[in-house]
Ligand binder design. Structure first.
Ligand code: COA
Length: 355
């Protein structure tokens, strides 16, 4: 038995293939490098949804309907967001998403695809004492998020980010979403399962702590010393290591390229690269038999920081992209008609006398 189910194949999928040995990610036949920076998030979500919804329109109409879904979601929940804004942004977003209808048709999927993009900027603004900005049905998805955040720069970089994280094999949150879908529950239930799994620091919760690490190292002024101390205490360096990749995570370079499109990030990027190198040196020295490389979260942190998201909301932006994959996987799983129900091995004493 593998506690972490490593090497266990639990689903067949047409959606994505994580090629850990060679550091490649394939999404529906396309290498990530052909999509990130070239396709919009709407086009990528449309690609992921193909074959899983009977009435899927063409990509242009799909993008228009996603815009309309952003407006719909905002109008449905606007008055209920006040109490949600008292929660941490991720939890508020999850609570707001739980209010959406829980069915399996395309309109349900479009609302769920739209929801993180609507709720997260609204909650971030409300927490800062500002009013939420209404979505615009005609804007591009990423551009609308930047607009709803009250900013003007970074739409292209955010679009690249959302495409980059849209799907990634049977990661923990996607597996959770598929388990729920296998019971024939609705898409909202699957997405809520995905949101729960994504939150943890070993999965989608890492980029906020990456900023904490960079800030702490900047204050101390000595990367190697800070990193050695953290590793001596048995801590993990956020943004490094991966269950599947045995080489550099291919998403890292897609994000680094997008990050360069922001003006004024050169010094921050140079500093982050020096910390990255110090971390890789320390990890290679301490774990020579294990390949520990930079993962997607390291440059995610810098990109989302440059786009103007507060660090406590980074995981919510991850969900904004990954929700496309969760929805497609949930449909793919439900269409197999097979309940996921693994076995456990009972390791207690066989019988006990009643006290
Ligand atoms: N920092 C320090 N040590 C690390 C490490 C990291 N980021 N990632 C793995 N290791 C060490 C482990 O402590 C372990 O050492 P041990 O054998 O002495 O116990 C060894 O490398 C193997 O790690 P393992 O836990 O088997 O790897 P995994 O496949 O379960 O872990 C992650 C994958 C992502 C959970 C892990 O690398 C991690 O915790 N990374 C930091 C969090 C992060 O960036 N998450 C985002 C993932 S995209």
């Amino acid at each position: 038995m593998n506690n972490g189910l490593e090497d266990v194949v639990a689903a067949e999928t047409v959606l994505s293939d994580v090629r850990g040995a060679v550091g490649q990610l394939i999404i529906r036949g396309y290498p990530l490098s052909a999509l990130a920076g070239h396709w919009t998030f709407e086009q990528t979500a449309h690609l992921l949804f193909t074959d899983f919804f009977a009435d899927l329109p063409d990509a242009a109409e799909f993008a228009a309907r996603l815009g309309a879904a952003r407006v719909d979601v905002f109008e449905r929940t606007q008055e209920l967001l006040g109490p949600m804004s008292k929660l941490p942004a991720y939890d508020g977003m999850r609570a707001a998403m739980a209010m959406l209808p829980d069915d399996t048709a395309l309109p349900d999927a479009l609302r769920l695809l739209a929801a993180p993009a609507v709720f997260l900027p609204a909650l971030i603004r409300m927490q800062a004492g500002d009013e939420a900005i209404e979505p615009s049905a005609n804007a591009g998805h990423a551009a609308d998020v930047i607009r709803m955040l009250g900013r003007s720069d970074g739409a292209r970089a955010l679009d690249t980010y959302l495409v980059t994280v849209s799907d990634h094999g049977l990661n923990a949150s996607t597996f959770a979403a598929r388990v729920v879908a296998s019971t024939q529950a609705g898409l909202t239930s699957s997405v809520l399962a995905g949101l729960g799994a994504l939150k943890g620091p070993l999965h989608g919760g890492a980029p906020g702590p990456v900023i904490d690490m960079l800030d702490a190292i900047a204050e101390e002024g000595d990367s190697a010393r800070w990193i050695d101390r953290a590793l001596d205490k048995g801590e993990r360096l956020m943004g490094f290591g991966h269950r599947i990749y045995r080489t550099r995570d291919p998403r890292t370079d897609a994000l680094k390229a997008a990050l360069r499109s922001f003006g004024g990030v050169d010094a921050r990027l140079r500093f982050a690269e020096s910390v990255e190198q110090a971390a890789l040196d320390a990890l290679h020295r301490r774990k020579p038999d294990r390949v520990l490389e930079t993962n997607v979260e390291f440059y995610t942190a810098l990109l989302l920081e440059a786009a103007g998201f507060p660090k406590h909301a980074f995981t919510g932006v991850f969900a904004m992209g990954r929700v496309a994959g969760w929805l497609a996987h949930a449909r793919e799983q439900a269409l197999t008609g097979r309940l996921i129900r693994p076995a456990s091995r009972y390791v207690e004493a066989l019988t006990k006398d009643a006290a």
